[in-house]
Design a protein around this ligand. Structure first.
Ligand code: TXA
Ligand code: MG
Length: 312
């Protein structure tokens, strides 16, 4: 998609007056605002109905910009060179003189940072004088938005401007890695953790559901489609929307597939829009076939398991 300069200008104008703009990224759309402004950050929490204790990810254009706010280390540099810009978020230590609003971090001394790859948002970040705090652009606890249409559905006109960027190419949120002590994965996401393992030459530890809820992606009621969902189902009921990975030979009325060929990347890209589509259909229950637990299949399963906790 081409960069529309007049849209970039409009987005900058809204952000400069400390209002929120929905921005496209390769993972999911973000609800963005000036990370240095308390009043801007308050608007994000309010619009999303997000609990104040749940910190936000800050999006940067370059390492030079990042270094104004965070302390970087060798592991970070190694991963940055390999995977950024892209679907990975790093937890780093904040510098004492950082200008990041304390509302972004809920007063913590650490900050989640990401370098998005989507070229429209990269361009926007380049022309701004501040980084953008941006959680996924959905009502807290619900399914993330992967298109401008999804955002309109959730927020109507409450979001002052939506920067159009087409459908998110990955379709799942970023993988979160903490680099505060020993590297640790905090959220499965759009970057397969086995590839990170290879680069770091180690088997990373996971902390996907800590006792202290530090990552909202770890909360029970997250990624909820708003309908009860059953997993690993071979024989769905007739009145259940049935999600399968690959297009079946016989497509019954209640069957929905994530990818024609069973490709996990394509399935990931389609997952959230399919859940939204089913939510709007006549079906009130969802059953999902077993999805292979490898590569992005692991992230798909993570989101489906959390979604299945709905209504329990
Ligand atoms: O792909 C993505 O990461 C998208 C796009 C817009 O960048 N953003 C996203 O943001 O998914 P959000 O807010 O929906 O999820 C960010 C997660 C939250 O669960 C939050 O708890 C966690 O990151 N987080 C933020 N700061 C943290 C910190 N300092 N330590 C641990 N977790 C943190
Ligand atoms: Mg989110």
């Amino acid at each position: 998609m081409k960069i529309n300069l007049s849209n970039i200008k409009k987005a900058k104008k809204v952000l400069d007056r400390n209002d929120c703009v929905a921005i496209p990224t390769e993972t999911v759309y973000g609800l963005a605002a000036n990370a240095y402004s308390n009043s801007a950050i308050k608007k994000i929490y309010h619009l999303k109905k997000r609990p104040k204790y749940n910190p936000l990810i800050v999006h940067y254009y370059s390492i030079e910009d990042l270094e104004k706010d965070c302390i970087i280390n060798d592991v970070f540099l190694k991963l940055y060179k390999k995977f950024s810009p892209g679907p990975i978020t790093y937890i780093l230590k904040l510098k004492k003189n950082s200008r990041i609003s304390r509302l972004v971090t809920n007063n913590s001394t650490t900050l989640a940072v990401r370098f998005p790859k989507h070229k429209i948002t990269k361009y926007l970040l380049k022309v701004l004088n501040y980084p953008l705090a941006a959680p996924s652009a959905n009502i807290s606890g619900k399914i993330s938005a992967v298109s401008s249409k999804d955002i309109l559905e959730d927020f109507g006109k409450k979001v002052k401007f939506i920067l159009e960027g087409g459908k998110s190419s990955i379709g799942l949120e970023s993988t979160i890695i903490s680099l505060i002590k020993k590297p640790k994965i905090l959220r499965l996401g759009g970057l397969d953790t086995s590839i990170i393992n290879k680069v770091l030459n180690q088997n990373l530890k996971f902390n996907l559901s800590p006792s202290k809820v530090s990552t909202s992606g770890q909360m029970r009621l997250h990624y909820s489609p708003g309908l009860p969902l059953r997993l690993n189902i071979k024989k769905p009921y007739k009145d259940e929307a049935y999600i399968v990975l690959k297009k079946p030979k016989i497509l019954k009325e209640n069957f929905f597939y994530l990818s024609k060929s069973g490709n996990l990347k394509i399935a990931a890209k389609n997952l959230y829009s399919l859940l939204r589509k089913i939510k709007k259909s006549k079906f009130k229950l969802i059953a999902v076939d077993k999805i292979k637990n490898q590569g992005l299949g692991k992230t798909i399963n993570d989101r489906l398991i959390r979604a299945s906790k709905f209504n329990r």
